[in-house]
Design a protein. Structure first.
Length: 541
């Protein structure tokens, strides 16, 4: 019997550990890195809690050492995707009826397990498999994942508390029903926390999921499945489907039980999933919920009143941390000509100071980009800039894939505000800068707003607060997460719920209640205590 009204207050964010040499967390992490480096994990498909091995396998390698095989994984075929739909629909019957506080308890246990036993496991897997340094792994696979678990429980409690008014003679209440079917979670490589959150947000609200993990994040994502199981998540609530996204998307969107997509990745992939859902609309029980966070061309806009040191630091960290592969990473900058040289000197100095290499050497600030396709894409933009008349490389520009996929932090300076790399998403450590005439602030703000189809993150720098206000207003639709005098990366759960509009997604804000509400369909119930027995209103009598 559970008749208590349990409260889940707003949690504190998980503290970021320092990993000083010799600290307990550093020792545990080093031990785990060594263990994972010495084994080749066999990653199965997991459907209804059962491990399935199709024998059609692929390899998971270290981006910074691509000869190093971390795991082999089994790919799903059409049959396995259909089995997963069946398993999810079976699990749904019990899961949707499970008291929400029990679901919350399981999710809260995931947070506790990750804060302790699983912390080194997930951090090591994210470092090795996704080439994140210690700090980048800690803020992602440990802290942000834990924050998503704990905050979502708090937000869910707020949603369930949203009840209508009651009058004399009747009782009203709202039931927040999970969607009538399964949710397809399609997740990106760049954040272990996003991969977890895209599954666990619908699941917390009583839904079941088919999970298509990114092939280049499979190692950490497989350990997440182990964490979920240990926390008590029933079999079949999340079904783990490595393999071709195109195949999984096609089979899932053709099912009558398809009820929604929770997606993060590129705009093109989300668009194709949206089209497939549209084409199959007549097959579904209800209108599917399509929630997607997609691409970006995130900017820094510098006003002539800005502090050049602050701009240089933001440009360096915003563009190059985790090799520019954060969806929020700065990739274009508009700067007054009067400030450009001092800022450039500072960026150069920082780039000269940092080292690039394997995650196994903690002194490396920059590691590898995720895979060969990403390396080749970055290199093609650098080569394009080298050959262009209206642009030049002013920092970095070297690439080497002999051992790992290493792209030097690179700054392209251009005199053309519509230069290719000012407009297109690259998703690597490349920042393109357009120095503008100091007296052309308004025109350049307009360029910033209209140059790219995206609207994810952006930052404005300036000490003239009234000018900053004007720019912020002019750029109202250019970013869903907007920063004043700060880099455009580093959103924290509970503080800056994340997402953008335009071609950057549906802006349902991961890490906030706006997202959770997408995974329920409310039913409002009115119960009349003594039912009327006479149809005539009093004026008729
Ligand atoms: P991606 O689109 O290549 O892949 C995302 C997922 O979709 C992967 O699991 C992939 O296997 C799957 N997929 C690929 N083709 C598919 C298809 N035809 N049908 C169904 N699924 C398919 O993106 P990525 O390279 O993993 O991530 C980088 C992209 O993600 C960038 O564009 C970045 O801006 C974006 N991103 C956005 C946010 C945000 O919050 N807006 C956050 C992180 C990443």
């Amino acid at each position: 019997m559970n008749n208590s009204i349990i409260t889940f207050p707003s949690p504190a964010n998980e503290p970021v550990k320092a990993y000083l040499a010799g600290s307990p967390e550093r020792v545990a992490l080093e031990k785990e890195l060594e263990r994972q480096s010495k084994i080749v994990v066999d990653i199965p498909i997991i459907i209804g809690g059962k491990e399935i091995r199709t024998g059609n396998t692929g390899k998971v390698t270290c981006p910074h050492d691509h000869n190093h095989v971390l795991a082999t994984y089994h790919k799903v075929g059409r049959e396995e995707v259909e089995m997963a739909i069946e398993a999810a629909m079976k699990a749904r019957e019990e899961w949707r009826r499970t008291p929400w506080t029990t679901r919350a308890a399981i999710v809260m246990k995931m947070a506790e397990l990750l804060a302790t036993k699983y912390r080194p496991i997930l951090n090591a897997a994210t470092m090795l498999g996704q080439s994140k340094n210690i700090y980048q792994a800690e803020i992602d696979s440990a802290c942000e994942t834990i924050d998503f678990f704990r905050y979502n429980v708090h937000y869910a409690s707020k949603i369930y508390k949203m009840q209508p008014k009651n009058g004399n003679g009747f009782i009203d209440h709202t039931e927040f029903r999970p969607l009538e079917g399964f949710v397809l979670a399609v997740t990106p490589f760049n954040f272990t926390s996003i991969a977890s959150n895209l599954c666990m947000t619908p699941v917390l609200m009583g839904n079941v999921a088919l999970w298509k993990p990114s092939t280049t994040a499979l190692l950490s994502n497989y350990y997440l499945m182990q964490l979920y199981k240990e926390a008590g998540l029933p079999d079949g609530v999340v079904n783990f489907l490595p393999g071709s996204g195109a195949l999984i998307g096609e089979v899932a969107t053709q099912s009558k039980h398809f009820a929604g997509i929770h997606f993060t990745g590129s705009t093109g992939t989300f668009n194709s999933l949206w089209r497939q859902a549209g084409d199959n609309l007549g097959k579904y029980i209800g209108y599917p919920r399509l929630v997607g966070e997609t691409g970006g061309k995130d900017f820094i806009f510098v006003h002539p009143s800005a502090d050049p040191k602050a701009v240089a630091t933001a440009a360096f960290c915003g563009a190059f941390e985790f090799q520019g592969q954060k969806c929020s990473a700065a990739s274009r900058m508009y700067i007054p000509k009067s400030l450009w040289q001092p800022v450039l000197e500072d960026i150069k100095k920082m780039c000269d100071e940092v080292k690039m290499g394997s995650v196994m050497d903690p002194s490396n600030f920059i590691n590898a980009v995720i895979d060969e396709a990403s390396f080749d894409k970055c290199k093609s933009y650098i080569d394009y800039a080298k050959a262009a008349d209206d642009a030049k490389i002013v920092v970095g520009g070297n690439c080497d894939k002999t051992v790992g996929y290493f792209v030097q932090p690179t700054v392209i300076e251009t005199s053309n505000p519509h230069f290719k790399s000012m407009e297109e998403e690259i998703f690597g450590p490349i920042l393109t800068v357009y120095p503008y005439d100091d007296d052309k602030v308004d025109e350049t703000v307009e360029l910033c707003d209209t140059t790219s189809p995206y609207g994810l993150t952006g930052a404005v720098f300036g000490r003239d607060r009234m000018a900053v206000e004007k720019i912020s207003d002019a750029l109202a639709y250019a970013a869903g997460n907007f920063y004043i005098n700060d880099k455009p990366t580093g959103a924290v759960v509970g503080m800056q719920p994340f997402g953008g509009a335009r071609a950057s997604g549906t802006d349902d804000k991961a890490g906030g209640e706006f997202n959770l509400i997408r995974w329920v369909i409310p039913r409002v119930i009115k119960e009349t205590l003594v039912s009327p027995t006479d149809y005539r209103y009093s004026y008729l009598k």
